[in-house]
Design a protein around this ligand. Sequence first.
Ligand code: SF4
Ligand code: SF4
Length: 373
Amino acid sequence: MGLTRNILGSTGIKVTELCFGALPMGPLQKNMPFDAQVEVVAAALAAGINFIDTAQMYRTYPAVREGIHVAKAHGAKAHGAATFWSTSTRPVITGKSAVADYDGMAAAVDDALGQMDLDYVDVFLLHAPRIGPEVFEVRAGALRCLADRKKQGLIKATGLSTHDTRVVRLAAGRDDLDVVFPLVNKAGMGVLGGKLADMLAAIEECAAAGKGVYLMKVLAGGNLVDDYAAAVDFARGVKGHHSIAIGMVSPAEVAFNVDYFSRPVRTAGAALGTGAGIVTGDGGVGGEGGEGGLGSGGAGGTSSLAAPNMRIWNKRFQVFADLCKGCGACEGACPNGAITVRESTGRALIDDARCLTCGYCTSACPEFAIRVV
Ligand code: SF4
Ligand code: SF4
């Protein structure tokens, strides 16, 4: 069985249950060489994933573009037809931007189109992980721009990404949002504006209102990677979701995730049911299975592949005190209140127990004082 495909709410856009998260390979996290980024994107597409989540902030648009070109070339060669990759089977791509005003968002959409060499972006989101319900006021201009770009056909669906349960709930009632990308994981780590149960209820409300829902941080930024099966099983059981974004940094990780998601959802324990809108279980673009030579199903849906060495997930972020000027810019960028400037030292310090390893603080620091170690 290949990856299941679901319809992303009322958008009509069909996506694989597993979405390729393009944040970790880029400069905010692992900062892989460009060719290695291209390789992993191409591997994901060849293995059947048809959904890529990226963002202006991630600085991975060029690698996504090249990965698509490589996968397309390989697919055309393997299938003996230059038309192998038709417009109807191109991957679904999400872009996003954290800008607030109309003109900034117009430039952000243009940037995504240009850098990824696209005629349109499938989904474009307000990138608003930390901001609360005021997001709809302070980003009103950006939201208006997305609505206009949708009318012009430059994007197919609008939406927002958020860690805040209240924002997810409000999104359910808004006509100007098609897709929601909320944070959820079995530990409730990083959930803002309520508890995990509130987030699960808000997600269901969104799905009932016809919103497309795909999930982020189901491994809590790597904190749950040692509990992969339970964390992923939990996410796959969240009612109302259509896809799950997982960051991947090697073809081995792609193969492992594709193998796991190609198995039926395990419903034992705390699993909550299946996602809404399942339409097919067909193979993805490039053929199911792909290069990984994925094995046959094991009992209970456990992957038959050995878990890859997910060294990227063992990373932690650290403030280099000699470089830190105590300006506090990183505090405002952190979606989970994990970094604070200490009164005693005048330097920022990261609380590893709260850190989601998103890397947002690194780009906010003018002194380049925050590094992956
Ligand atoms: S300290 Fe905050 S912004 Fe920085 S990596 Fe951790 S969660 Fe992300
Ligand atoms: S943004 Fe950089 S320099 Fe400013 S407090 Fe944070 S770590 Fe220190």
